[in-house]
Design a protein around this ligand. Structure first.
Ligand code: PNS
Length: 156
C-alpha cells in the first residue's frame, strides 16, 4: 500500500530547510502532501495561493510531491488525504518543545496518526521563514535561504 505523509506548516515562504526535510521524508514515504495551513487571522508575507504556487513550481517535475491549502485541524487534513503520518522538522531545542506539545495533542485527537519528527540537516538548520521575511523586508535578496532556482519576487 502507498504510504502517504503530510508535511504541514505555514511555508511563508517555503525555504531550503523545508526542501531538505521533504527530500529526507521521501526516503520514508511514497508521497508527500505539503499542507499549507490557512490561518485566517494571520496575514503573511505571501498569500496562501502564492505559497502553494511556489511549492507547485518547485516540485512540478516530481509526482511524489503535491501542495494543498487547508483550514482547520492538521489531523483532519491528514485523514482527508489518506496520510498515515505527520512529518515535522526540528532544528533546535525551542522547536523541540513546540513539536512535543503538538505531537501530544495530535496523538490524543488522532491515535492512528504518527508524527515523524526529522532533524533539519545542520547546513540548513539556521534557516527560518521568519528570517527570510526579515531579510526581504530590508530589501536584501534572500536567495541563499530559498530553494535553488526560486525567485521570490514572482510570488510576492
Ligand atoms: O510552520 P508552522 O507555523 O510551524 O506550522 C504550524 C502548523 C500550521 C502546522 C500548526 O499551527 C497547526 O497544525 N495548526 C492547525 C491546528 C492544529 O491542528 N493544531 C495542532 C493540534 S491542537
Amino acid at each position: 500500500m502507498e504510504r502517504i505523509a503530510i508535511f504541514p506548516g505555514s511555508f511563508d515562504p517555503f525555504t531550503r530547510g523545508h526542501a531538505a526535510l521533504v527530500e529526507a521524508a521521501l526516503k520514508l514515504f511514497d508521497r508527500m502532501v505539503i499542507g499549507i495551513g490557512h490561518n485566517l487571522s494571520k496575514r503573511g508575507l505571501l498569500s496562501v495561493e502564492n505559497r502553494k504556487r511556489l511549492i507547485d513550481d518547485l516540485y512540478a517535475a516530481d509526482p511524489r510531491v503535491e501542495a494543498c491549502i487547508y483550514t482547520g485541524l492538521t489531523g483532519d487534513f491528514a485523514q482527508a488525504v489518506g496520510a498515515c503520518a505527520i512529518v515535522r522538522g526540528v532544528r533546535n531545542t525551542s522547536d523541540f518543545e513546540y513539536e512535543r506539545t503538538m505531537e501530544a495533542a495530535n496523538r490524543r485527537l488522532y491515535p492512528s496518526l504518527t508524527t515523524v519528527v526529522l532533524f533539519t540537516p545542520a547546513d540548513v538548520a539556521d534557516i527560518s521563514a521568519s528570517t527570510v521575511r526579515e531579510v526581504l523586508a530590508f530589501g536584501r535578496s534572500a536567495e541563499e535561504f530559498l530553494p535553488a532556482g526560486i525567485d521570490i519576487t514572482k510570488y510576492l
